[in-house]
Design a protein around this ligand. Structure first.
Ligand SMILES: Cc1cc2nc3c(=O)[nH]c(=O)nc-3n(C[C@H](O)[C@H](O)[C@H](O)COP(=O)(O)OP(=O)(O)OC[C@H]3O[C@@H](n4cnc5c(N)ncnc54)[C@H](O)[C@@H]3O)c2cc1C
Ligand code: FES
Length: 252
């Protein structure tokens, strides 16, 4: 676990409220798909806890890692105020990422959850990408060639990302990766034939205090009872590892 001072390489407001931050950090540039960074968002007294962000892309030769984030509260607002050259304390890369090894992947992302897909798409032999968002402005394709659904029909097909999965030939994929809000992940998991559930990996989000297993703030209901910690047991889980009846959308 690396806890170090990185430097802001660039900060771009890609669209209103959504920022792409490139960090100079040799440690973060070693992140695997699905791993995250815990970032100190303020050098002042508030907010106290670091905030988790998925690594979206890396460039090992330059020693950089990229995150894409949306301003939703005080922490992300403080993060968005950083400028190139600013130092930022960053812990990670953290967590269990995607288990690679499968050949043909179906990647499904919703909203900001799609931020993690570019790194995964880069590391797998073949990927079909489906992305859902509320409207065209919120589609986060990260330069990937993706099939898109928007709720208002302003880009791609009108509807939900699960509508894009209708008629999917599941035998043409060896693995399915799903990132996004818990309710969306659950809907995708329900769309997969039960006999293929073992091939589905989901990237979960929960409120995190520490990011390394110490606070239990990130508990996610586990299949068979009890809880797993999103930060160290995940954030990427096999879909069959979780209890979807107890994951009701309240996580995100
Ligand atoms: C493993 C992981 C990876 C993440 N990756 C990204 C990413 O790549 N890009 C990105 O924009 N965000 C990502 N998030 C969510 C991000 O961490 C939160 O948006 C951020 O912590 C909010 O901090 P804040 O102080 O601005 O908001 P707060 O003031 O803490 O909260 C503002 C609002 O956001 C909600 N919220 C805060 N944290 C979360 C969370 N973890 N899950 C769901 N809702 C939350 C709160 O309920 C509240 O409604 C990730 C979260 C996790 C756990
Ligand atoms: S965030 Fe503290 S245990 Fe997971």
């Amino acid at each position: 676990m690396n806890d170090g001072l990185c430097m802001v390489d660039s900060m771009l407001e890609e669209r209103p409220g959504v920022f792409r931050l490139v960090l100079s950090s040799a440690a973060a540039s070693e992140a695997s798909p699905g791993q995250f960074l815990m970032m100190e968002v303020s050098s002042g007294r508030f907010p106290v806890t670091r905030r988790p962000f998925t690594v979206s892309r890396t460039d090992r030769s330059r020693g950089t890692a990229e995150i894409v984030f949306q301003v939703v509260g005080a922490g992300t607002r403080a993060l968005a105020s950083l400028v190139p050259g600013d130092p930022v304390r960053t812990l990670g890369p953290l967590g269990r990422g995607f288990r690679l090894g499968a050949r043909r992947w179906l990647l499904v992302g919703g909203g900001l959850g799609a931020a993690g897909l570019p790194l995964l798409a880069e590391r797998v032999p073949s990927a079909t990408v489906c992305i859902g968002a509320s409207c065209a402005d919120r589609v986060l394709s990260g330069g990937l060639d993706a099939v898109v659904a928007t709720e208002d029909g302003s880009a791609g097909r009108r509807g939900l990302v699960t509508d894009l999965l209708e008629g999917t030939d599941w035998d043409s994929y060896d693995a399915v990766a799903v990132c996004g809000p818990a309710a969306m992940i659950r809907a995708v998991v329900e769309a997969v034939p039960p006999e293929r559930l073992a091939d589905v990996q989901v990237s979960m989000e929960s409120r995190m205090g520490c990011g390394w297993g110490a606070c239990s703030g990130c508990a996610v209901p586990a299949a068979g009872g009890g809880f797993v910690k999103c930060c160290i047991d995940g954030p990427v889980f096999g879909a069959a590892e979780l209890d979807w009846m107890r994951i009701d959308g309240s996580l995100t």
